[in-house]
Design a protein around this ligand. Structure first.
Ligand SMILES: [Zn+2]
Length: 150
């Protein structure tokens, strides 16, 4: 499926495709090394990691971003798509749809909202995802940090 999803069931199929997820993650679907920006990378199949062929560093698709977690990129994108199109989705419903625990769904929604609060012009879903990847994990944690008690 290459058409953009319009319903939740279409989105579920769409984001189940690793190729689709790569296209959304990297410009042109080509992974870029987060250390040296090289596009010459190889996949370490057994570990869901990539290795840069230039600086030899290993990296994951989500490393250092707000999406860093044991969850698959497809699960993240599916959850984000739901929250983008149906912002009032409850954690319970999100957990049912994405297939994660309510607690994980809660954390995903929290990070998504924290990310959105840092984006100046959200735009389309694809634009929003692109901008979320420019945010660092630390920026997100800063937003999520509980206020200091006095
Ligand atoms: Zn590199």
């Amino acid at each position: 499926m290459t058409k953009k999803p319009r319903t939740i069931s279409e989105a579920a199929l769409y984001f189940a495709s690793p190729a689709m997820c790569r296209k959304l993650r990297w410009p042109g679907g080509k992974p870029v090394c987060p250390v040296c920006s090289s596009t010459r990378t190889g996949q370490i199949v057994t570990r869901h990691l990539r290795r840069c062929l230039d600086c030899r560093k290993q990296f994951s698709d989500k490393q250092g971003t707000l999406f860093e977690s044991p969850l698959q990129l497809g699960q993240w994108f599916f959850a984000c798509w739901i929250l983008y199109n149906y912002p009032k989705t409850t954690c319970q419903r999100l957990s049912d749809l994405v297939g994660v625990t309510v607690r994980t769904a809660w954390q995903m929604r929290r990070k998504w909202n924290a990310g959105l609060s840092l984006i100046v012009r959200p735009g389309t879903f694809e634009d929003t995802i692109k901008q979320l990847f420019f945010l660092s994990k630390n920026q997100i944690n800063e937003v999520l940090k509980p206020p200091k008690s006095r």
